[in-house]
Design a protein around this ligand. Structure first.
Ligand code: ADP
Ligand code: GN1
Ligand code: MG
Length: 369
């Protein structure tokens, strides 16, 4: 298995970068892939930075198709950004090809690696520091969906089947509880009940989709605040990263996943639940930015269901964290015992808070429609 100790010989050297390797270290706070920042010094003194990632093939079981999606989507974005007079080097991810022109490198264990240009002079935030940063992330995600509005959706591979099919996730959840691989189910009966009591919520969008009531769009599907790079100088959301889950999906889910993470008053893994609530001011700035950036593309039915997207994605994420806790922590990276349970609890606290603030959420959305 390649680790930080042998990554230089096994991966970095094989990529054939120019210049002298001056630094490489683990980077970022993603829950899924292994991310390494690598830096080279060129003869003229320039420093070139790249992001090297091991794709989590336990989760993304078809890495070749996944990379095909990313190469095609980033090429498409590059053209759109150029047409608009933007800077494609900073406003979209750029895949760096291997010496023999491939989008990825397979190591001797069969692990898949890829490299992107590093988006420099920009930060991804793990927590909202100012409402404007959150507004900027809304514009970035709304704009991302807008730019991809005429992307041929049927050419995209589904990188995780039924990723936001909450009805299916509910069914899988019950199976995970019954299997109880970790033996922890009895200790978390209250949380399990919270999920089971909301089966109607789990079915809501899937049932509407089955009736053809919701438009399918090309969406990001993982719109966490730390998947947007905010420019250090201009403070604008310049680039959306983490494109592994770009697939046909629902606009409300991109909205909702961002709310669940960014409009929370506390970190996703906060242990003190008294500190966790959904901040309506943050809900409002995101709503404003997202609707503005989509620039009239959202239908009335989509706008009506933005609050539902927020509740749905928060519920779904809590269900996923809890399922992973019961299953023995096989999916999300954890840094401590019970980490996924702490994460599940914050999500359920937020769902309850959204239930209490439901009318206010609807009023805010109506203000910007
Ligand atoms: P994961 O799927 O594990 O969340 P990400 O692709 O989101 O992995 O990468 C983890 C973090 O690394 C991101 O939150 C971001 O801060 C940083 N990152 C990823 N790609 C780039 C890039 N091209 N330039 C700068 N930072 C990046
Ligand atoms: C994962 O990859 P990252 O850390 O941006 C997950 C999301 C969850 C999120 C919860 C592919 O996102 O779906 O909402 O953790 N990504 C995948 O923090 O499962
Ligand atoms: Mg990420």
């Amino acid at each position: 298995m390649v680790t930080i100790d042998n990554i230089r010989e096994e991966i970095i050297d094989k990529y054939g970068f120019e210049g002298e390797l001056i630094d490489y270290r683990e980077y970022g706070n993603g829950h899924i892939n292994d991310t390494i920042l690598i830096q080279f010094k060129h003869d003229n003194g320039d420093i070139m930075k790249y992001v090297l990632q091991r794709i989590n093939t336990h989760i993304f079981t078809k890495p070749v198709e996944l990379m095909e999606n990313i190469v095609n989507v980033t090429e498409f974005l590059k053209n759109k950004i150029e047409e608009r007079g933007g800077n494609p080097k900073r406003e979209t991810l750029n895949v760096i090809l291997t010496g023999d022109g491939k989008s990825h490198l397979v190591d001797s264990d069969g692990d898949y690696w890829r490299v992107y240009d590093f988006i420099d002079d920009a930060i991804s935030y793990d927590k909202v520091e100012t409402p404007d940063d959150f507004y900027q992330s809304a514009v970035a995600f709304g704009n991302f969906q807008n730019l991809l509005a005429d992307y041929p959706a049927n050419t995209l591979h589904e990188t995780i089947e039924g990723f936001h099919d909450t009805k299916k996730r509910f069914k899988n959840f019950k199976e995970t509880v019954a299997k109880n691989a970790s033996g922890r189910a009895a200790e978390v009966q209250r949380e399990i009940d919270f999920v089971l009591e909301r089966e109607d919520l789990a079915n809501y969008f899937t049932d509407m989709q089955e009736k053809g009531e919701l438009p399918l769009r090309v969406t990001h599907n993982d719109t966490k605040l730390n998947n947007v790079m905010i420019d250090n100088e201009t403070k604008t959301g310049i680039c959306v990263v983490d494109l592994d889950t770009v697939m046909p999906g629902l606009a409300m889910n991109d909205f909702g996943d961002a709310i669940r993470f960014g409009a929370s008053s506390a970190a996703e893994d906060e242990k003190d639940l008294d500190k966790v609530y959904m901040d309506l001011e943050l809900f409002e700035v995101f709503t404003k930015g997202f609707i503005e950036a989509l620039d009239g593309r959202l239908t009335d039915i989509e706008i009506d269901h933005l609050p539902m997207g927020a509740k749905m994605m928060t519920y779904e994420c809590g269900l996923r964290f809890l399922a992973d806790h019961i299953d023995g922590d096989n999916y999300f990276k954890i840094a401590r015992e019970g980490h996924n349970l702490d994460r599940a609890r914050t999500q359920f606290k937020l769902v309850s808070d959204m239930e209490a603030k439901w009318e206010q959420m609807k009023d805010i959305v109506n203000k910007y429609r």
